[in-house]
Structure formats: structure tokens, C-alpha cells
Design a binder for this molecule. Structure first.
Ligand code: NAP
Ligand code: ZN
Ligand code: ZN
Length: 359
């Protein structure tokens, strides 16, 4: 029998955008009640994804204000609902950009809940009670436990955070598009949050990895620290032409409008251009390389809860680590500014629990 939700008002202290800008300021709000399938989470840390910039600026038209961004959230369970048996108080868990789905459709039943018609997005969505699904730049959240991933024992919270959106987006694309095979030659277009995860994951899958970047600023780090095999500056037309027909796939992570043709030229026959970036302007490309090389242009959207747990365990077992920079909550605006200027190696993670909630 369903037990009524226990009504205990919890106030969360977060940082919110009040209008379409990237400026956030302290914002207190009441959380929804902890329902039978929910847990109350004390947020420990939260990564800053480029999508948070798109959301605060309302780039895709889905934002309502105030908006508390943040969807690479790691926290500690402090209370569990009546039907929750998977998690206990004290467990470390994570949530990405999906905080609700119907749990009943064929997509939810086959671990593809991120494509469910009745999904709720962290930061952008609303719960059935009308309360906004505010994100992780906040002291606390109430979350449906069925979308939570267990953080493996011994993994640091800040290391887990970037896996929950950036990491699983790269991982899910490679897994579901038939690219989890050693020996493939992959390209990573844009060496940011998703891009650096893409390099680490593709190398761990045994791929030969080419980074395609807008400048040579990240070249040495990409080759020496991340283990990429080749680094190409995309404006170097000679190198781009010399590398024609050499790649099985490209993970395209660019968040800005760009020409697809030079990248289609890099793909072999049957290659895949995998579009991951949010671009709110139509893109153009020539059709000829598509049919003469049977190339697919395809998209992929974050990853399922199962894939998040798989990836967390994959990192733990293989001893992999993302490259990140920790910031406090009151440094969020500087971090947002720096992320827009492509000035981060390679993910900011906000130390939510270690920040003063009132400033
Ligand atoms: P990010 O950390 O900002 O990385 C983007 C990279 O693109 C930069 O590091 C930069 O790499 C390159 N770039 C080239 N021109 C740029 C410009 N004008 N402004 C900014 N970057 C530029 O972003 P991210 O968090 O990886 O996210 C990338 C995109 O994927 C965003 O649009 C985000 O919203 C989207 N996203 C999609 C999914 C999904 O499920 N499909 C999930 C998460 C995020 P170089 O220095 O190497 O040129
Ligand atoms: Zn994201
Ligand atoms: Zn569903």
C-alpha cells in the first residue's frame, strides 16, 4: 500500500539565475516532500556542464526562472522514502540531467529512460506537484531514487561528478553506436568537459584517438596527460586534408555553430559523426560525402542510470580519473565566465558542502 509522503519542510540554499544571464546569486527555496520513492540528498559537490550556460541564458527556450543549475550532482542520502530499499542513509549517490521518467514505457524498461516521453530534466523540469526540479548548486535536493547511481566505494565525490553528464554522454554514445571495440580510430572535436572524457574513455576502450581542437593551447596536455595519439588544430587545412578518410567516428562536442564538411571529410566509409553539442542555429553540410562514404550523422543524449553505474565502475576498475578544478559556490560566476571563454582544464566541480551557504 502507498504510504502518504511525510511532510517536513526542508529549505535548500542554492544559487540561481533570476533572468536570462549567466549571473547567479544566492537563493533559498523549499524542497518538495520526500515521497515513497524519493530520497533527501545532502549535496556534496556538482560539476559545471556547458549545458548549464545554455540553460541560464535560455538558449533552448525551456528555462523558467529562478533557475538553480547543476546536473552532475554527488550527494549523501540523509533520508529515504517508504519504498526505497536500494539506498540507505549515508550512501553516496549521483544524479545527472534526468531526475524523473515514467518507469513503465518500453524505453524506461530497456534502460533508455533518457528518451522517455514523460521524463523530467534536472534544472529545467517540474515535478507533478508543480515544484521546479532545481539542480545541484544547492545544499539539498529531493530525488527519485530510481534515477540515482551508486558511487563506488573509495571513489572521491568530485571524481564521480563529471562522469554523471560529461562522461556518460561520451560513454553512452560509443556503447550504443557499436563503437566499443578495440582498434577503432576516433576523433574528439572540442577538448572540453565531454571531450576530455571522450579521450579518456576511448583510450580505455583501446581506440586510436585524434583530438580536433580550435587552437594548439591544449596540445601538450592532450598528448602527455590524457593519452591522445594525434592532435590537430582544425584551422590547419593541410593537416585536416592529410587526415582525410582516417576516422571511424567523431564525437562532435562543439557548443557553437560550425561547418560539418571538414569533419565529414575526416571520416572513413561507414564513419559516424556523432553530434553532442547544443547548437540553436541550423547547421549545413554537403550531402555527397554522406552517400559516397555511407556516413551517418547521428545524435546521442546523456546516458541511462545503468550506464552511469557502469561508467563509474569502469573508471574505478581501470583507475581512470578526470581532470578538474574545484571551486566554491561563491566562485560560480567566475567559473561560468571562464567556461564561456574556454578557460578550464577540463571540468569545474563546485565544492557545495565545503562552501558557506550564505555567501
Ligand atoms: P565545454 O567544456 O565548454 O567544451 C566545449 C569545447 O568546444 C571547448 O573546450 C573547446 O574545445 C570547443 N570550442 C570551440 N569553439 C568554442 C566556443 N566558441 N565556445 C566554447 N567552446 C568552444 O562544453 P561541454 O560541457 O563539454 O559541452 C559541450 C556541448 O555539449 C554543449 O553544447 C553542451 O550543452 C552539450 N551537452 C550535450 C549533452 C548530450 O547529451 N548530448 C550532454 C552534455 C552536454 P577546444 O579548445 O578543443 O577547441
Ligand atoms: Zn550536462
Ligand atoms: Zn518511460
Amino acid at each position: 500500500m502507498e504510504q502518504a509522503a511525510e511532510v517536513v519542510e526542508v529549505t535548500a540554499k542554492g544559487w540561481a539565475a533570476m533572468e536570462p544571464t549567466t549571473i547567479l546569486s544566492p537563493y533559498a527555496y523549499t524542497l518538495r516532500d520526500v515521497g515513497s520513492e524519493d530520497v533527501l540528498l545532502k549535496v556534496i559537490c556538482c560539476g559545471i556542464c556547458h549545458s548549464d550556460i545554455h540553460f541560464t541564458k535560455n538558449d533552448i527556450g525551456l528555462t523558467t526562472y529562478p533557475l538553480v543549475p547543476g546536473h552532475e550532482v554527488v550527494g549523501e542520502v540523509v533520508k529515504v522514502g517508504f519504498n526505497v530499499s536500494k539506498f540507505n542513509v549515508g550512501d553516496l549517490v549521483g544524479i545527472g540531467f534526468l531526475c524523473g521518467s515514467c518507469q513503465e514505457c518500453y524505453l524506461c524498461k530497456s534502460d533508455r529512460e533518457q528518451y522517455c516521453d514523460n521524463r523530467i530534466f534536472t534544472c529545467l523540469g517540474k515535478y507533478p506537484d508543480g515544484k521546479p526540479a532545481h539542480g545541484g548548486f544547492s545544499s539539498a535536493m529531493v530525488l527519485d531514487h530510481r534515477l540515482l547511481a551508486r558511487i563506488p566505494k573509495g571513489m572521491k565525490a568530485e571524481q564521480a561528478a563529471p562522469l554523471l553528464c560529461a562522461g556518460v554522454t561520451a560513454y553512452s554514445a560509443l556503447i550504443n553506436l557499436g563503437l566499443n571495440k578495440p582498434g577503432l580510430r576516433g576523433g574528439i572535436l572540442g577538448l572540453g568537459g565531454i571531450g576530455h572524457m571522450g579521450v579518456i574513455i576511448a583510450k580505455a576502450m583501446g581506440h586510436h584517438v585524434t583530438v580536433l581542437s580550435s587552437s594548439d593551447k591544449k596540445k601538450q596536455e592532450a598528448l602527455d596527460d590524457l593519452g591522445a595519439d594525434v592532435f590537430i588544430v582544425t584551422s590547419d587545412t593541410t593537416q585536416m586534408l592529410e587526415s582525410a578518410n582516417s576516422l571511424d567516428y567523431i564525437l562532435d562536442t562543439l557548443p557553437v555553430v560550425h561547418s560539418l564538411d571538414p569533419h565529414l571529410n575526416l571520416l572513413k566509409a561507414d564513419g559516424k559523426l556523432i553530434m553532442l553539442g547544443v547548437i540553436n542555429t541550423p547547421l549545413q553540410f554537403l550531402t555527397v560525402p554522406l552517400f559516397t562514404k555511407r556516413i551517418s550523422i547521428v545524435g546521442s543524449f546523456m546516458g541511462s542510470t545503468k550506464e552511469m553505474e557502469e561508467l563509474l565502475n569502469f573508471f574505478q576498475e581501470k583507475g581512470l580519473a578526470s581532470k578538474l578544478e574545484m571551486v566554491k559556490m561563491n566562485e560560480l560566476n567566475t567559473a561560468f565566465e571562464r567556461l564561456q571563454k574556454n578557460d578550464v582544464r577540463y571540468r569545474f566541480v563546485v565544492d557545495v558542502a565545503g562552501s558557506n551557504p550564505d555567501s
